[in-house]
Design a protein around this ligand. Structure first.
Ligand code: LFR
Length: 500
């Protein structure tokens, strides 16, 4: 008998993947097959950076075609497909379902001014956090909406529906419109307690509340693939579109292989570092706001209390700058150089807004070093080490803040996602947080996407079964913290730098 398979379309802000997951055996194990991978990037336009939507859509179709073909060749029966993407980005559809505009990329400078304006209108960040429990970042949908609404109000008059990017792709795949809750929670427009749209906030911002459709849970079967898509990609007509936790972080955390009684935190390590805990109810105390911690929504109505930290973006930007100059800049090379560089020479605060913006990472690091009277990095290794150590120090401080907010300590930190390939950073993280770190799986986002689809199709029962299945399916590595003391002086310097 053929085994059930699912297809995850996992879209990050710089690359995308189509991964088939086959569930087989007793007890069940998940086996992955990557059938398509591609790079993509925002396109600069006079009105800001936009996503190459049709290019991404072509890659989704290529992934579907490759997934269907792989299943046929390997005696697996494709049951469903689901898409996850990075958070916060959205677009508008007209009454007929027509796409009205290309979605802007969240790293759009226009969001900064809009953010200031909205906060002024709402009387500051405190009342907004009280309502939504979401960390202040100018990239949040709420500020993007204010920016686009101010620039092009008539677009909103013509619109009948707001969709986040996974909602749009699910619509194009199935012909059914949905608004999935985990991705919507990145908007900073959901009421923190109920997890439903905060319509009075939406109206206060002057946005038409009828654009915001009722929210749907991950695991929902939306419908079968459109006949045209099934034919075009060679996929069986009965393949379902099943909503995963369509926010990539929601999918990644569903795949954290935490089993047993130890209290655990997670770090989803990629372009961003998302560090936090899973809870049943939101936490939006003053300490949570000040840290700051966000309350995003996950699979099975969980809450992710986490901090959004500029992650390997720092290194990706460094790499991009070096490549432009024709210098050697593979990740492996950067890590090797970083490893050989002197510890603690220059430390930055990765949370500072300038580090999240694209362009000349080295100039920004130099500027920060000068301002804070530290050594200015000179070599590639010194820059790379500065980025990695600063991230690790930020993890350490964030865990401390998290334990303070929760009033309890964590036993173990799970690190998942592509960033775990940076073994130097994993080791630094274990040393700074002074806890055992468990790494894996590397494809956590796709794994979580697949497992929530499997849950929607009735193959696994709940999140705890999902995690047990993940834990037995992948090789995990435990790093015990050694040499924690050598970080003491750097920890103190980091706290000074972020408090200044
Ligand atoms: C991670 C992520 C974060 C979100 C950021 C921007 O990929 O989805 O959760 O804050 O990207 O969308």
């Amino acid at each position: 008998m053929s085994s059930p398979a699912h297809l995850a379309i996992d879209l990050g802000a710089s690359s995308g993947r189509a991964i088939v997951g086959v569930l087989a055996g007793s007890p069940l194990k998940l086996q992955l097959e990557e059938v398509h991978r591609f790079e993509h990037s925002p396109c600069p336009t006079p009105t800001g950076p936009v996503w190459n939507l049709t290019g991404i859509w072509q890659h989704i179709l290529t992934g579907l075609r490759a997934g269907a073909a792989w299943c046929k060749e390997n005696d697996a029966e494709l049951q469903s497909v689901g898409v996850d993407t990075w958070g916060v980005d959205w677009t508008l559809l007209g009454a007929s379902g027509e796409l009205l505009a290309l979605p802007h990329c969240y790293r759009d400078p226009a969001n900064d001014a809009a953010c200031e304006r909205v906060l002024e209108e709402l009387g500051g960040f405190e009342p907004l956090y009280e309502r939504t429990g979401i960390q202040l970042m100018p990239l949040n949908t709420i500020f993007q909406l204010a920016a686009r609404h101010a620039a092009e109000p008539r677009l909103f008059d013509a619109a009948s529906r707001l969709v986040f990017l996974p909602d749009l792709f699910h619509y194009w795949l199935s012909g059914e419109l949905s608004c999935e809750r985990t991705i919507a929670s990145t908007s900073s427009l959901l009421a923190v307690e109920s997890g439903e749209w905060d319509t009075s906030l939406i109206e206060q911002l002057g946005l038409p509340s009828e654009l915001f459709a009722p929210l749907i849970e991950p695991g929902t079967k939306l419908g079968t693939l459109r006949a045209e898509i099934a034919k075009e990609t060679g996929t069986a007509a009965n393949v379902q579109v099943v909503l995963p936790a369509s926010h990539d972080t929601g999918s990644a955390i569903a795949a954290v292989p935490a089993v047993g009684d130890a209290s655990w935190g997670y770090l989803s390590s990629g372009t961003w570092s998302l560090l936090g805990v899973e809870r049943d109810t939101p936490v939006y105390s003053t300490a949570a706001r000040e840290a700051p911690f966000t309350n995003e929504r996950g699979a099975q109505r969980t809450i992710r209390l986490l901090k959004n930290i500029a992650g390997l973006w720092l290194i990706q930007e460094l790499k991009r700058d070096l490549e432009k100059e024709g210098q050697q800049a593979s990740f492996a090379h950067l890590v090797k150089e970083a490893e050989a560089a002197e510890p603690g020479r220059t430390i930055i605060n990765p949370d500072r807004a300038e580090f999240a913006a694209p362009g000349d990472m080295r100039a920004k690091i130099r500027q920060f070093a000068l301002e804070t009277k530290q050594e200015v990095p000179e070599t590639t290794g010194q820059y790379a080490r500065c980025c990695l150590e600063s991230l690790a120090l930020c993890y350490g401080r964030t865990i401390g803040q998290l334990e303070g907010v929760l009033g309890e300590s964590l036993d173990v930190l799970h690190i998942v996602g592509g960033g775990i390939q940076n073994t130097l950073l994993n080791r630094m993280a274990a040393e700074v947080v002074s806890k055992p770190v468990v790494t894996g799986p590397v494809e956590a986002t796709a794994v979580g996407n697949l497992m929530v689809q499997a849950m929607g199709c009735g193959e696994v029962g709940n999140l705890s079964e999902v995690r047990q299945t993940v834990a037995r399916s992948f090789d995990l590595e435990t790093i015990e913290p050694t040499q924690t003391a050598r970080w003491e002086p750097f920890r103190d310097r980091f706290v000074e730098l972020v408090s200044a």
